[in-house]
Design a protein. Structure first.
Length: 578
């Protein structure tokens, strides 16, 4: 066995392979060049490409990976790797592309990455990385793609060298970052120097970076002026306190009922935060919640009202209020917290925390400024050209595939619809509102029995039996694809008049060989090949026979290989022989 083969076997020993993709990695082979996911230099037989994305691999990244000195491309994205990124990767100085996104990697970004001077692509987004972005990355002058979004990074973004050219899109989803790339001024710049290599450096993370608590007090130049100033301040404070007391008295007696439907948060309520990434006290958040009224409502549905919650520093969140009515709702709420509180994924709406008020349940989510797909598609459709629609479909597929295949235990959403697909400022899709989801605890049947969902999106077998499965989610996704392609709601009046819904309309068009008529005539830039692929996916997904529907994992594979261009594999192929 060659030295690189022994290294790969060492890496394999730290991985749990549920799909058996590494089964052919055997020690009796003279070299690893024929192994799945491995490509070698034809002459030296050294490993130059290791690509094992989308295989649900689980485990930690062995430090031995740093012994692959000739490695040019490392693609381990969209798996379930955890633990820290080994600093030994800095020894792979031939690396040109490093894909580690969409895993569960934690810890700091290794400063040794600054040694990868040939690196052109670095994507470590959608993990749980913390600390700061190392200054050493400024040395990567060949870097053309850089993405650290959706982590828990803090501090000032290094602004020199290679990192100066990247925009906000490379850093979104890290509320503790600051710097000119994201147009956020670092408070630390006003209060003292910062060691950008340290995770917190003696302070605490805020939306503007790291705020320091140990700033030196300035001494008074004149003790007499200080005394006079102090006395004046005390007098002013006493006057203000008296006025506040009188104002509170008048408010409690006369003014409380004048506020239109103000939010009521019971005494003793507190804020529970997930991931510890909200830099606000419970008192501050509750004060803002109590100030909400009907004017702050941005949406409502069968399970609650959504408010726009704006903090003093300008950060905006979405507050979902679920009124407590019975014990069943309590169980629903606790189940939603159990699911959402442990999940962080690029294509799912992130739950930041909740308020445990006895009178109502208040969930704090990320606020997505793009609104929901239903609004954008049917009220502002001029925003959605073909590329935007494809991007949204792929994002929704990734979110749903994560729920079905990568959560443990797996999750059925059960209410996939356009109003539950939210959009960020870049029109990237996020799957939201899976509070009705039920964990698939029965490995034999994978069935839940609580009926839920929205008419028009529901699979026929779910309506008839009340038994929801992953395949009923796939049906709803197929309806969603048809809605995006046609810009018609599932129960459009055009269909109802004929006794149909959008699936019945599709079947009618297929029978007459007019399925291309489904495309929205106002959509610009339609690509015929990708349209036919998406239509084929939708037809398979809405099959009346659940067994004939593909899994979301298969749907995502088709989208990645036949619709998205360019994709990472294009880069692999073009560089594998270089």
């Amino acid at each position: 066995m060659s030295p690189d083969g022994e290294v790969l076997l060492s890496i394999k020993s730290a991985i749990t392979d549920t799909e058996g993709v590494l089964a052919q990695w055997k020690s009796e082979d003279p070299d690893p060049c024929g192994w799945k996911g491995v490509k070698c230099d034809p002459k030296s037989k050294s490993v130059v490409h290791l690509g094992l994305a989308y295989h649900r691999l689980r485990g930690y990244l062995s430090p031995d990976i740093g012994k692959l000195r000739h490695l040019k491309i490392l693609a381990l994205h969209d798996n379930n790797f955890y633990g820290t990124i080994p600093s030994e990767l800095g020894n792979c100085t031939a690396l040109r592309a490093l894909y580690l996104q969409d895993n569960f990697l934690s810890g700091f970004i290794p400063k040794e990455f600054g040694q990868l001077l040939e690196l052109e692509i670095l994507d470590i987004s959608s993990n749980t990385l913390s600390g700061t972005i190392p200054v050493s990355l400024e040395q990567l002058t060949n870097l053309s793609t850089f993405n650290v979004s959706t982590n828990f990074l803090v501090g000032k973004i290094p602004s020199g060298g290679a990192l100066s050219k990247f925009t906000e899109q490379s850093f979104v989803g890290n509320r503790g970052l600051c710097g000119k790339q994201i147009n956020v001024i670092c408070k630390s710049e006003l209060e003292g120097p910062i060691n950008s290599e340290s995770p917190v450096a003696g302070g605490y993370p805020s939306p503007y970076g790291v705020i320091y608590q140990g700033a030196k007090k300035r001494s008074a130049r004149n003790s007499t002026k200080l005394l006079i100033s102090a006395l004046a301040t005390v007098g002013a404070l006493l006057l203000v306190a008296l006025m506040c007391f009188w104002g509170c008295f008048l408010y409690k007696k006369f003014g409380k009922n004048d506020k239109p439907h103000a939010m009521d948060v019971s005494e003793g309520a507190s804020i529970i935060m997930f991931h510890g990434d909200l830099p606000y006290s419970s008192k501050d958040i509750i004060r803002k919640i109590e100030a909400l009224n009907d004017e702050n409502i941005i949406g409502s549905g069968g399970f609650g009202t959504v408010y726009r919650l704006t903090m003093d520093d300008g950060n905006v969140f979405a507050l979902k209020r679920i009124v407590k009515t019975n014990d069943g709702l309590d169980r629903f709420f606790e189940r939603e917290l159990e699911i959402l509180g442990s999940i962080k994924h690029r294509y799912l709406v992130n739950l930041r925390g909740y308020c445990n008020s006895p009178s109502s349940k208040l969930l704090i989510y990320d606020f997505l400024p793009g609104g929901n797909l239903d609004e954008v598609l049917h009220e502002r459709s001029d925003q959605l050209d073909w590329d935007a629609r494809v991007k949204i479909i792929v994002g929704a597929a990734k979110g749903l595939a994560y729920l079905h295949h990568d959560c443990s235990p797996r999750i059925i959403h059960r209410d996939i619809k356009s109003s539950n697909i939210l959009l960020d400022m870049h029109m990237d899709a996020r799957v939201s509102d899976f509070g009705l989801a039920k964990l698939l605890e029965d490995e034999a049947s994978h069935i839940t029995t609580i009926v839920a969902g929205t008419f028009g999106y529901l699979a026929p077998e779910y309506i008839n039996s009340g038994r929801a499965t992953e395949k009923s989610d796939v049906y709803s996704f197929g309806v969603l694809v048809l809605e995006v392609l046609s810009r018609k709601r599932p129960t459009d009046s055009l269909f109802i008049e004929k006794g149909l819904n959008i699936v019945g309309w599709l079947n009618h068009l297929v029978e007459e060989n007019k399925q291309t008529d489904i495309i929205d005539q106002l959509c610009e830039g339609v690509q015929p090949e990708s349209f036919h692929t998406l239509l084929s996916i939708a037809i398979q997904c809405v099959s009346p026979n659940p067994e004939e529907r593909p899994t979301m994992h298969r749907v995502l594979q088709i989208l990645e290989s036949e619709v998205l261009t360019p994709c990472p594999s294009d880069f692999y192929d073009s560089n594998s022989d270089s």
